[in-house]
Ligand binder design. Structure first.
Ligand code: 9MR
Length: 495
């Protein structure tokens, strides 16, 4: 049983060593979250900031997309073939159970470029095969160049990090000691040096970012003509090593993104480039110092912002109840404000919450999931839940049995909107959508309604039903005869 941050401080004097350490950590968590929350309140008093995302990623038919899916999957990180433990049947299951329309699919630099300048087309074939499973079912895909702790090569047993190839891992003989919590490896000298060499803070390895950008170019040239692939998540959870804060994000991180976007645009004019902030800090509610990244493609930039949300009390093992709930709510609120501000500063770009998730056996876990999805709907963010792995964080047990998460993720949402989304909200058996119709869009608005909650179909007010597919839970609607209406509001309920 883990002490909550509020009680952990007192427990330090009376209990055995494990709890003593926890108490100090919990106290630190409470302090950091309180500072974050106070900073957020102060910032909010100065400047309310945007209330919702200014734009959405669009599909080939010109519709605004709302992403609803998973990161698939953590099992790819250390797999020898770099592929997730995930089959076409698994995709059918999540489609039937939760009406997903999106995947953040994990790929890795170690697989794309196994030795310097050598690219593995066989691996890209394997990824393309998975992408075709999604494409066949009308999904959109974001390829996520994943890393944690830089690479598998940070320890001899390969049991901790993932992502970069061993040949791009320069630790300069510095040590990496063992830890129980995986995140603590980020503080190890060898790991810090591997990042410092990648960002060239050391001045020793200017070639590494060139390789990274070129590896992305290979991926982009492979998927440029695949309509289902709408976005590239340029680096999972960047980490600055010895360079922290705005000096890192506005400096080498922004420069690496620019280099990579430029390399991608030489071969792929249309796929969105998703930028993440440094995870450590931002995920807990601190602001980002990411700089502006140019995208000179014809037709306007296609940059998106794709941060992650992991409130610190939860990183330390807490659920969403008692004192932790208040700290987590405070984090969600400042995180949302920081995300909207950063997206505005990047040029009013679309937002995908690229990761959030937790062990759903923890107290209040499903209420947390619900709260985050409600926040994402009201602010216009797509969501990829972490993750599509079996077990306590995911939607299924190892034998394929649906877990508690499924019922919370099976919720009404607009899949694709023929126009500009103003706002949407949903609850059990209901959805309200306000949007400005676009007469140029080449396909109709599609809305997912969980079939079980709409056994006799939907009743639609404010638009006309074009089709209702009860087996898939997909409703298509077209604006009613109201020419001249700026925005229309559609309300949907169960018949
Ligand atoms: O949940 C994952 C955990 O099992 C792994 O040990 C760890 C290191 O690879 O990664 C965890 O997943 C993280 C993801 O890769 C990046 N964002 C945070 C995720 C949850 O901690």
């Amino acid at each position: 049983m883990v002490a909550s941050p509020a009680t952990g401080w007192q427990s330090t004097t009376t209990v055995e060593e494990g709890t003593v350490r926890w108490g100090a950590r919990a106290w630190a968590a409470t302090t950091i979250v309180a500072v974050v929350a106070a900073g957020g309140v102060a910032a909010a008093l100065r400047d309310a900031g945007p209330e919702r995302a200014a734009s959405f990623i669009t599909d080939g038919q010109g519709r605004s997309l709302v992403q609803h899916g998973f990161s698939t999957a953590g099992s790819a990180k250390s797999a020898p073939d770099g592929l997730p433990d995930f089959s076409e049947a698994d995709l059918d299951a999540e489609h039937a159970d939760m009406g997903t329309n999106f995947v953040r699919f994990l790929i890795s630099w170690r697989m794309v470029e196994p030795s310097p300048g050598v690219y593995d087309e066989g691996y890209l074939d394997d990824v393309a095969e998975r992408v075709s499973w999604y494409a066949d079912r009308g999904y959109h895909v974001m390829l996520d160049m994943h890393q944690d702790l830089w690479s598998m090569a940070i320890t001899p047993d390969g049991a901790h990090g993932n992502g970069a190839p061993a040949w791009a891992t320069y630790m300069d003989g510095l040590p990496v000691n063992d830890h129980d919590m995986w995140e603590l490896y980020y503080l190890e000298p060898g790991v810090i040096r591997a990042f410092d060499n990648f960002w060239n803070t050391t001045g020793e390895h200017p070639e590494l970012q060139q390789h990274y950008a070129h590896a992305w170019q290979k991926v982009a040239s492979r998927f440029a003509d695949e309509d289902a692939v709408v976005a590239y998540d340029l680096m999972n959870e960047p980490y600055g090593g010895t360079l922290q804060g705005a000096r890192f994000e506005a400096g080498p991180l922004t420069q690496m993104y620019q280099l990579t976007v430029n390399a991608i645009r030489e071969v792929d004019a249309d796929t969105w480039a998703c930028l993440e902030p440094q995870a450590m800090g931002f995920n807990w509610g601190l602001p980002s110092g990411l700089g502006f990244v140019e995208d000179s493609r014809e037709g306007g930039p296609r940059i998106a912002f794709c941060p992650h949300l992991y409130p610190l009390p939860m990183d330390l093992g807490d659920g969403y109840s008692g004192s932790s709930k208040g700290l987590v709510d405070g984090t969600i609120s400042v995180w949302t404000a920081n995300t909207l501000r950063t997206a505005e500063a990047l040029g009013g770009v679309p937002i995908i919450l690229g990761e959030f998730g937790l062990d759903t056996t923890l107290p209040g876990a499903l209420d947390y999931v619900d709260a985050v999805y409600d926040m994402a709907a009201s602010t216009g963010m797509g969501v990829a839940y972490w993750s599509r792995d079996d077990g306590s964080w995911g939607p299924y047990d190892e034998d394929g049995t649906a877990r508690n998460l499924v019922s919370v993720l099976d919720r009404p949402y607009p899949r694709a909107v023929a126009g500009e989304i103003v706002e949407w909200t949903s609850g059990d058996g209901e959805l309200t959508l306000e949007f400005i119709p676009d007469a140029e869009a080449k396909a109709s608005t599609e809305i997912y309604l969980p079939p079980d909650a709409f056994p006799d179909g939907p009743v639609v007010d404010g638009a006309e039903i074009e089709a209702w597919l009860p087996s898939d839970g997909i409703l298509t609607i077209v604006p009613g005869s109201d020419p001249g209406a700026d925005s229309i509001t559609v309300t949907i309920s169960a018949a």
